[in-house]
Design a protein around this ligand. Sequence first.
Ligand SMILES: Cc1cc2nc3c(=O)[nH]c(=O)nc-3n(C[C@H](O)[C@H](O)[C@H](O)COP(=O)(O)OP(=O)(O)OC[C@H]3O[C@@H](n4cnc5c(N)ncnc54)[C@H](O)[C@@H]3O)c2cc1C
Length: 434
Amino acid sequence: MTKQGTYDVVVVGAGFGGLCSAALLTHYGYKTLVVEKLPFVGGRASSVSYKGFTLPTGALYVETHGAVDKLFQEVGAAFPVRDFPIQLCFRMGGKDYPMPLKGGLKTVISHFASEAETARIMGAIRRAFTWQEPSSSISIRDWFRQYTQNDKVLAIFRGMCNYQCVNFSDMPAAEFIRQLKFAGTAGADPRGFRAFMEELVKVIKAKGGDVWTGCRVKRILAADEVARGVVVNMAGEGETEIRTKVVVSDVGPHGTVELTGSEHFEKGYLKEVKERVRPLAYMCLEIASERPLVDFRGVVVVPEGRRQMTMMTTTLVYPEYAPPGKHLLQAWAAPESSFLPLDTKKELDLMVQDVREAIPGFDRDAEILHASYWQKEWPMYRALPGRLGQKTSVENLYNVGDGVMPLVPLGLPGCAASARIVVDDIKQRVKPAA
Ligand SMILES: Cc1cc2nc3c(=O)[nH]c(=O)nc-3n(C[C@H](O)[C@H](O)[C@H](O)COP(=O)(O)OP(=O)(O)OC[C@H]3O[C@@H](n4cnc5c(N)ncnc54)[C@H](O)[C@@H]3O)c2cc1C
């Protein structure tokens, strides 16, 4: 069955990048269809219920007072996000070192370094902020090693790197500094990320768009290097071809090429996708207890473990995420390499050992609810920012999402920014049918 000309734009995938694109497009008068293969929206920024707990499918927090809430405001979506305190505390050698909100980094470093060493390191960071970003061709670990060999100080930066969910030795120095500059406020929807994503769906539908869940895009159609539509597979209804002017793909550049067929793309573009779009691996533990396992209203960084790890008793800020009388601790860690395939058993064992050592009474009081690994098609990020543009070599076929983030804060703000770039381009090139 073919549906001709029903939609101006089809968006493949209802992750944050796809939903932001569709919300902006419908807002600016484009008849838009979002097709999502899962039974729910949000992709790696959604949530599921498990034993009465609200567990994330990926993202835990969204930037507030930045590009994301601006986009929600622009399209008229509710932004029911409760800010959470961005307070860090370093747990090192059995002691806690809270980081003051002002002058915090210097204070934490000076616990372990002489005045002269602290001044040298802070001077290097200041230069990177105000004079020139460090090179992208060395890791932030190697960049800091130029200024200190102090294991404790290096551990502090290793832990901070985990806040950006990238392994210390894989994080380009320039990207680390950029993300430090961007650091702002964040929060989460107390109802969970799925409800948060539904706020965008409400807007899309109210403005005449459609969101089909449980419906897989089987192919993106292209002919003569121009996108022509998609073929979808609706459960029970077989295949339907939908002709459209523009296709926006949220399945990542590799997925876009696969769905379209590599024969439709220019060789140079395929080379860039292959070499630059490298998904990053990550892992998380969701842990239940009756007492807060970490009694700190913020993020506790455990930088000296087998793995760089961060943890937080989320229910101290969002008690709604657990049944009454229970707490939820979330621990997240980068594996040995962000880019190599995960040895899941080895990585989990090491992470559990780290959590056990970091939390007194863990074996007595904690229950691991869920362990999750993020890699390949369902990674932490599909690529580091700035690696690939949003346009493909096929005309009117765009990528959005974290495979094509510009140089902005990582994760959800990056997805929102990619959507805005794409929609601005569509607005200049294609008129809505209506
Ligand atoms: C563990 C973890 C923690 C994170 N924490 C944070 C955080 O705290 N803050 C932050 O800002 N970011 C965080 N991130 C990053 C953030 O979650 C992602 O960058 C973002 O959700 C990616 O969105 P996306 O739209 O690019 O892709 P996705 O969320 O992957 O969406 C793609 C969608 O396409 C669908 N799809 C795929 N193939 C098809 C097909 N053939 N047909 C139809 N649909 C299809 C998928 O089902 C999916 O829903 C985290 C990520 C992870 C994994």
